[in-house]
Design a protein. Structure first.
Length: 301
């Protein structure tokens, strides 16, 4: 399912979904999650829900984590730049910074762009803003389509970069962000059992889940996650005990599993769109979206 091209209605994600790093006593972890224009109702709802869940997980990490979430019509280029400038004026060298992009990206062979309501923002522009943030450790999780093309612009010492795709030519909508967020609430992601999930552990978890998604659905994989950076195993994302309350609650866990099943069903339905009568496709999609909305509402209670 190819990500819609921007013609007045484009999208973007970013991610902005991500987990807070554990920093030294007295330091602050600054987190920005940006989930942009969806272009279609299911993408719009999915990106907003993912950003919302990331926000909850990050805020649960403790008072030393400062979280900014942009989604829907408010996830504009100007809003993202403003949020990054604000952090740049407040962060200290001992602090840590996390940027998560959720949505759609594009690559024209030269520039990567993150699709937003209104003007898009390029990887080069994002990098320039991050370079002005003094936090000594930075993590960028770009979960958008074509995100692999952003790596070159974002590379910098002490900055770990995670992308949903290996290049700018992988242009289909991605599922990687879903599993990256899942890694933040699933104890299984903590493979060394030290009750801390690192960037490397979260990446390996989400990478394996993404691969399994395509194999289970008998689909050719259109995204290959990539990690770039030094010592990502030392970039701590969160303490398990702080952010796992939802997954430890049987009722909440059942709802999380149900939402996952519904999202997979929506993706599978999209694959059948071309072979289905338009009215039938819309009927089934509407029913699934309604169930997804109700499930999300129960989770938000």
């Amino acid at each position: 399912m190819a990500a819609p091209k921007k013609m007045g209605c484009c999208l973007k994600f970013v991610s902005t979904l991500l987990v807070a790093a554990l920093c030294p006593l007295g330091a602050t972890t600054w987190c920005v999650t940006n989930a942009g224009l969806g272009g279609e109702p299911d993408y719009e709802q999915r990106f907003t829900a993912q950003a919302g869940e990331a926000e909850k997980l990050l805020k649960a990490a403790g008072p030393d984590v400062q979280v900014t979430t942009l989604s829907g019509a408010g996830a504009t280029k100007a809003a993202l730049q403003s949020a990054l400038r604000d952090i740049g004026s407040k962060a200290k060298p001992a602090d840590e910074f996390v940027l998560m992009l959720i949505g759609h990206g594009t690559f024209d062979g030269t520039d990567y762009k993150f699709n937003l309501p209104g003007p898009d923002i390029s990887g080069t522009e994002i990098a320039a803003m991050l370079d002005r943030i003094p936090a000594s450790k930075q993590l960028v999780v770009n979960g958008t389509s074509a995100s692999g093309a952003s790596v070159h612009a974002l590379q910098k010492p002490n900055r770990t970069i995670v992308t949903a795709t290996k290049s700018g030519t992988e242009k289909n909508a991605t599922v990687f962000p879903r599993y990256w967020i899942e890694a933040l609430r699933d104890p299984a992601a903590d493979t060394d059992k030290n009750e801390v999930v690192s960037a490397l552990e979260a990446f390996k978890y989400a990478e394996a889940k993404t691969k399994d998604f395509y194999e289970r659905n008998k689909r050719l994989a259109t995204e290959h996650p990539m990690l770039d950076g030094t010592e990502p195993q030392r970039f701590a994302l969160l303490r398990i005990g702080t952010v796992q309350k939802a997954s430890q609650d049987p009722a909440k866990r059942a709802l999380l599993d149900k939402r996952e099943e519904l999202e997979v069903s929506i993706d599978a339905l999209k694959l059948q769109k071309a072979a289905m009568p338009t009215d039938e496709y819309r009927k089934q999609l509407q029913a699934l979206l309604l169930q997804l909305a109700k499930t999300q509402a129960e989770l938000d209670q």
